[in-house]
Design a protein. Structure first.
Length: 78
């Protein structure tokens, strides 16, 4: 049974799309707050200088192996 996507996640995704349309996305090398390891984070520029909005990090390794798609869907290369 499919679980609805929470409104907050949908709003964040729409904000990410707007940032992409406006050319305000960045890939930043950051430090994982839990592990202290380097990670790569997808961010959007804000209206404040030197302030970015993080949206998520890129998966280490093969992302296809890290997730299971919903029934009827499959992952593949783009």
């Amino acid at each position: 049974m499919a679980v609805p996507i929470p409104d907050a996640r949908t709003r964040a995704f729409l904000a990410l799309l707007r940032a992409a349309e406006q050319g305000r996305l960045a890939l930043m090398q950051c430090t994982d707050a839990r592990t202290g390891e380097p990670c790569h984070v997808i961010c959007a520029e804000t209206t404040c200088p030197n302030v970015m909005k993080p949206f998520g990090h890129l998966q280490e390794g093969n992302a296809v192996d890290a997730y299971v798609p919903p029934p009827g869907w499959a992952f593949g290369a783009i």
